[in-house]
Design a protein around this ligand. Structure first.
Ligand SMILES: *Cc1c(COP(=O)(O)O)cnc(C)c1O
Length: 360
C-alpha cells in the first residue's frame, strides 16, 4: 500500500485527466502524456496486479475480452494457438471469426489429456489454458502444460478468472501470461468491467501488447481502474467466504436426490480435485450442477430461488444462478439441465436453505 505523496491520502486518488503537462524540453518527464498511452490510476492498478500475481508487469484493459484480443493480435502472423475444448465462449468465437484475418492458426483439444496436448502443440506455438473452466469447473495441470509449451519453444497463457490471484498464481507454476476478467472477482461488486494480463517477463510480447492496446484503444478508464483497485483490497477476504459458501452448497447438492451431478473442484469426487489441491489455495466460489430431468426442470429450479438471482456473470457479493445453455444461446454445448452458481457473500445457511426450497 502506498500513501499518496502529495496529500497523505490512504485510499488511492482518482486521476481523470486525459492529458499531462510536458516539460520545457518537450519531454513527458513525469511519465504520462496522453490518457490512451497510460494514466496514473491505471498504472497503480497495474502495479498491484503484478505484485499479487508474482509477475514482472501487468497491463490492464477495458474488459477481459479486450485483454485476450490484444494479446492474440500481438502475435506474429502464422502463430499456432492451442485452445481448450471448454474455452470461454468469447475467445473461441474470436478464433472462429477472426484468427484467419489475423493470420493465426488454431486447434482445439481437451487440456486435461496431456498426451493430446503433446500431439497437438506446434513448435513456437501458444497453449491457451483456462482453469477452473466454465461451466464444468475442469481443472488443468498448469505446471505440466507449461512444461509442454516450453519444451516446444512456445508459451502458455492461463485464463485464471474463476480462481483469481487470491487462490491461484499461474506464473509461480510456470505460466508466461495470466489473464483475468477483472469484471469478476477482482472488481468483486458487479459494478465494473475490465481485464488484465500479467507477464512473467518484460518481453517483446508485452511490448507488442502495449503497442496494440494503445493503437486499438483497449485501455481501462481511470474510474474503472480505481474501482478494481478498491476491489483488490478485500479480494483475499472475499475469496475465503466465496469458497466456504460454495463448498457448503456443493456438499448440500451432492447429497440431494434431485441432483444428478455437481461440478466443484473442492469435492473429492471431482476429477481435477487432486490437481486443484496442489495448485490452488482454495477451491473458489463457482460451481455447476445438473438437475435430474429436462431443461424445464432446471429452469423451474432457477425460477424458485429467492436469494440466488437469475443472471450471468460471477464474482460479486450477491449469489447468482444461471441456466447456462440459455445464456450461451444457439450452438451451446452445455447440458440442457445444467445450472451454474456464483456463490456470493451471504450467510451460508441461507444459501443452502434457498436451494433446498427451490428443489423441494
Ligand atoms: C467473463 C470472462 C471473460 C471475459 O471477460 P469480460 O470482462 O466479460 O470481457 C473471460 N474469461 C472468463 C473465464 C470469464 O469468466
Amino acid at each position: 500500500m502506498h500513501v499518496d505523496e502529495e496529500t497523505g491520502a490512504i485510499a488511492p486518488p482518482l486521476h481523470l485527466s486525459t492529458t499531462f503537462e510536458r516539460d520545457s524540453e518537450g519531454e513527458a518527464s513525469r511519465g504520462y502524456s496522453y490518457i490512451r498511452d497510460g494514466n496514473p490510476t491505471q498504472a497503480r492498478l497495474e502495479e498491484a496486479l503484478a505484485a499479487i500475481d508474482s509477475a514482472a508487469a501487468a497491463v490492464v484493459f477495458g474488459s477481459g475480452m479486450a485483454a485476450g484480443a490484444s494479446l492474440l493480435q500481438s502475435l506474429p502472423a502464422g502463430t499456432h494457438v492451442l485452445l481448450p475444448d471448454d474455452c470461454y465462449y468469447g475467445y473461441r468465437a474470436l478464433a472462429d471469426d477472426y484468427f484467419d484475418r489475423w493470420g493465426l492458426m488454431f486447434d482445439v483439444v481437451s487440456m486435461d489429456d496431456l498426451s493430446a496436448v503433446r500431439a497437438a502443440v506446434r513448435h513456437g506455438g501458444i497453449i491457451w489454458a483456462e482453469s477452473p473452466s466454465n461451466p464444468l469447473l475442469r481443472v488443468v495441470d498448469i505446471r505440466a502444460l507449461a512444461e509442454i509449451a516450453h519444451e516446444n519453444g512456445g508459451r502458455i497463457v492461463v485464463d485464471g478468472t474463476f480462481a483469481s490471484p487470491a487462490l491461484q498464481r499461474p506464473i509461480e507454476l510456470g505460466a508466461d501470461v495470466v489473464l483475468h476478467s477483472t469484471t469478476k472477482y477482482l472488481g468483486g461488486h458487479t459494478d465494473v468491467q475490465g481485464g488484465s494480463l500479467a507477464f512473467r517477463e518484460r518481453d517483446e510480447w508485452l511490448e507488442a501488447t502495449l503497442h496494440a492496446r494503445k493503437l486499438i484503444g483497449a485501455v481501462a478508464s481511470p474510474f474503472n481502474s480505481w474501482l478494481v483497485l478498491r476491489g483488490i483490497r478485500t479480494l483475499c477476504a472475499r475469496m475465503r467466504v466465496h469458497s466456504e459458501n460454495a463448498a457448503a452448497v456443493a456438499a448440500f447438492l451432492s447429497a440431494h436426490p434431485r441432483v444428478e451431478a455437481v461440478y466443484y473442484p473442492g469435492l473429492p469426487s471431482h476429477p481435477g480435485h487432486e490437481i486443484a489441491r496442489r495448485q490452488m489455495s482454495g477451491f473458489g466460489g463457482m460451481l455447476s450442477f445438473l438437475v435430474r430431468g429436462s431443461r424445464e426442470d432446471a429452469l423451474a429450479v432457477a425460477s424458485k430461488t429467492r436469494i440466488f438471482m437469475r443472471a450471468t456473470s460471477l464474482g460479486g457479493v450477491e449469489s447468482l444462478i444461471e441456466h447456462r445453455q440459455s445464456s450461451e444461446g444457439p450452438g451451446s454445448r452445455t447440458a440442457e439441465n445444467l445450472l451454474r452458481l456464483s456463490a456470493g457473500l451471504e450467510h451460508r445457511e441461507d444459501l443452502v436453505e434457498d436451494l433446498a426450497e427451490a428443489l423441494r
